[in-house]
Design a protein around this ligand. Structure first.
Ligand SMILES: Nc1ncnc2c1ncn2[C@@H]1O[C@H](COP(=O)(O)OP(=O)(O)O)[C@@H](O)[C@H]1O
Ligand SMILES: [Mg+2]
Length: 232
């Protein structure tokens, strides 16, 4: 197991992220869905040039809300990351862009426009989460799955994960000031607002009632009873 400290000028970046992005917390879902989509499309690209042989017809992105456990899970079947890639892309690059953003806009007023342009990305999860975990397994054969945990301080833990399937699961432990995001209706609303026309199907099961399947091919939204399967 590795413990590390993210290299950062601001000692604790996350309260700042929260403060500056206050009016626009909901974009965390859009950012994480966009990462999940990128990861899936990267794998599809590798497949199209013959570097990945498994079937990708049914790949999807799943969103799960665990209200009791106060968690949101975003699960993709994309390219995944090795431990080294987590270190590089999450600890170094993504964090430095969050850090850079704060350095630049520390004294500015809330401006959600700026944030959108900046592409704060992964770390926007800390706008609603008190802790964020990543379980990820690379598409590359023989690579161990990695488990990254960060509680909002620049310290993180990176160890082996038990994940056996290719792809990435992001788990956000929702903060007490953001409990509204544990409501199915809220997540449904955000998925419809930001992710209606994404190139990868989304699965989101609304508790007991419905499966919301956002299907890009027909570019329409379909609600079906839980008992029915989602057809491609
Ligand atoms: N679900 C994911 N699967 C694979 N890699 C990911 C995933 N989420 C994030 N990453 C990696 O972390 C990096 C940083 O993400 P992010 O902060 O959103 O910045 P950006 O998406 O603009 O590159 C991504 O470029 C990618 O390499
Ligand atoms: Mg991103």
């Amino acid at each position: 197991m590795a413990k590390g400290k993210i290299n950062v000028a601001v000692e604790n970046i996350f309260p700042l992220i929260k403060r500056f992005l206050y009016s626009d917390h909901e974009i965390f879902l859009r950012e994480l869905m966009s990462n999940a989509t990128d990861a899936t499309l990267k794998l599809k690209h590798l497949s199209s040039i013959g570097e990945f042989k498994e079937n990708l017809d049914d790949v999807k992105i799943e969103v799960k809300v665990d209200k009791k456990g106060k968690k949101i899970h975003i699960i993709d079947q994309g390219i995944g990351m090795t431990k080294e890639e987590v270190e590089k892309y999450i600890n170094d690059i993504a964090f430095s862009s969050a850090d850079e953003f704060l350095e630049k806009y520390k004294d500015e007023k809330n401006d959600s426009g700026i944030i959108g342009h900046f592409g704060l990305g992964f770390y926007s999860a800390f706008m609603v989460g008190r802790e964020v975990e990543i379980h990820t397994k690379s598409y590359m054969k023989g690579e161990d799955a990695a488990h990254w945990i960060c509680d909002g301080s620049p310290e993180y833990t990176l160890k082996k994960s038990k994940r056996t399937e290719r792809g990435t699961e992001i788990i956000i432990h929702i903060d007490d000031d953001s409990l509204e995001f544990l409501e199915d209706q809220k997540i449904k609303e955000l998925l419809l607002k930001y992710n209606k026309f994404m190139p990868v199907p989304i699965k989101f099961v609304l508790k007991k009632l419905l499966i919301l399947s956002i299907r890009q091919k027909q570019q329409k939204i379909k609600m079906v009873k839980k008992q029915r399967r989602i057809k491609k």
